[in-house]
Design a binder for this molecule. Structure first.
Ligand SMILES: O=c1ccn([C@H]2C[C@H](O)[C@@H](COP(=O)(O)OP(=O)(O)OP(=O)(O)O)O2)c(=O)[nH]1
Length: 145
């Protein structure tokens, strides 16, 4: 799979997004309507794209670093999961984390889609999990330096 391009079908009549640069992992998606968000306000906005992600793969929607760091506009759920069986319009749940009212014009690239293979799993109850060095320690147990 590494180095090979995967075909992702796009529903008829939709603008096909393009990668900004060769080698980009994220395909920027544009919103189809202008939205204005007050501080901490959320909205769900369509990206004008319905796709067929091949079975065994998942689409992950990530925020765009520039929009998030400069304007405080990011994805309300941090990362979106686009299932391979989903045929609806890909939508972006946006949130304004800044102290300003922000207007995002239609056509703005607000998030990026990364398509990845994933490992389906079956959860199997067992009596005991294997021992490890970390064991049950977590949440900062190793300190910060
Ligand atoms: O940012 C996102 C996240 C999800 N979706 C679409 C594709 C995904 O396959 C579907 C369901 O997403 P998810 O499973 O995250 O939503 P849920 O809240 O768990 O709802 P459901 O009960 O429909 O699974 O919504 C988007 O368009 N944008």
């Amino acid at each position: 799979m590494i180095g090979r391009k995967l075909n992702v079908k796009v529903a008829d009549g939709m603008q096909v997004p393009r990668y900004a640069h060769d080698g980009d992992a994220g395909l920027d998606l544009r919103i189809t309507e202008t939205v204005t968000l007050e501080p901490m306000q959320r909205c769900i906005v369509g990206c004008g794209l319905s796709i067929e992600i091949p079975s065994g793969c998942v689409g992950l929607l990530f925020p765009r670093s520039g929009l998030a760091s400069k304007q405080g506009i990011t994805l309300a759920h941090s990362v979106g999961v686009i299932d391979s069986g989903y045929r609806g319009e890909v939508c972006a749940p946006l949130i304004n984390l800044s102290y300003e009212t922000v207007t995002i014009e239609a056509g703005t690239r607000v998030c990026q889609l990364v398509v990845m293979p994933y490992v389906p799993c079956e959860l199997v109850p067992v009596e005991e999990l294997s021992g490890t060095e970390r064991g049950t320690d977590g949440f900062g147990s190793t300190g910060v330096v």
